[in-house]
Design a protein around this ligand. Structure first.
Ligand code: AP5
Ligand code: MG
Length: 219
């Protein structure tokens, strides 16, 4: 078993990356590193970084590679990343994937899980997704927290993400095809890519990912 479990979770917007990483972080006791969450926290705190990226994110475009790579480098220096990390939303360009290889060196990415979900379904999931403004918990339309408008975990307000409006969803999915889909070949060429059917219940998807991690002797 390796000392560091670095897992990349890939998939279209709405494929369930955040949902699965929150579960897997608990299962494997490694941090959930979501560049989207880091950037949204910066926007919420109105920091200089947040002011720089806010309009780019709301429009569904990508923040610059340089900026995101620096954020991830800093995150990997934090003590909890010593055992590895679940990478959600990073890398999402070839330049970012190459930077990650340089950053992690020999003890690099152990596995890349691609959550496969058809485009019609992710579009529907995104348009009905709600998130907690305080703790970032992710909810679906029928969850009690969405019906009540209050997060069942922390009591925060449950809202729609600014980039879950139809025009931004369309733009994000175009960006995925152009900039992120090439990563499938990048990780397949390294023997690290495994596809998991993301069109199952969240519990079934988690079980499928755990099975792959186990089969590969990673945990
Ligand atoms: P980011 O926050 O990463 O958003 P994203 O890539 O658009 O992905 P999502 O969070 O929308 O989808 P998800 O796969 O996490 O789905 P979720 O689990 O929520 O990035 C936001 C922005 O930040 C980017 O657009 C960009 O501007 C910037 N950014 C971030 N990283 C960057 C980078 N590396 N480089 C440059 N820019 C960057 O699930 C979706 C919904 O489906 C939820 O309602 C959930 O409850 C539901 N659901 C999940 N799983 C299931 C299931 N199995 N069955 C039924 N429903 C399910
Ligand atoms: Mg997410």
């Amino acid at each position: 078993m390796s000392a560091r479990l670095n897992l990349v979770i890939l998939g279209k917007q709405g494929a369930g990356k955040g949902t699965q990483c929150a579960r897997l972080a608990t299962i494997y006791s490694i941090p959930h590193v979501s560049t989207g969450d880091i950037l949204r926290a910066a926007v919420k705190s109105d920091s200089p970084l947040g002011r720089e990226v806010s309009s780019v994110m709301d429009a569904g475009a990508l923040v610059s590679d340089d900026l995101v790579i620096k954020l991830v480098e800093a995150r990997f220096l934090e003590p909890d990343a010593a055992r590895g990390a679940l990478l959600d939303g990073f890398p999402r360009t070839i330049a970012q994937a190459e930077a990650l290889e340089r950053l992690l060196g020999d003890d690099g990415v152990k596995l890349c899980v691609n959550l496969e979900v058809p485009i019609e379904l992710v579009t529907q999931r995104l348009s009905t997704r709600r998130v907690c403004q305080e703790c970032g918990s992710i909810y679906s339309e029928t969850d009690i927290s969405v019906i009540s408008g209050t997060c069942e975990k922390c009591g925060g307000d449950v809202i729609q993400r600014a980039d879950d409006k139809p025009e931004a969803i369309r733009k994000r999915l175009e960006t995925y095809e152009r900039d992120t889909a090439p990563l499938l070949e990048f990780y397949a060429a390294r023997g690290l890519l495994v596809s998991v059917d993301g069109n199952q219940t969240p519990d079934e998807v988690t079980a499928a990912i755990k099975a792959v991690v186990h089969e590969r002797g990673l945990a």
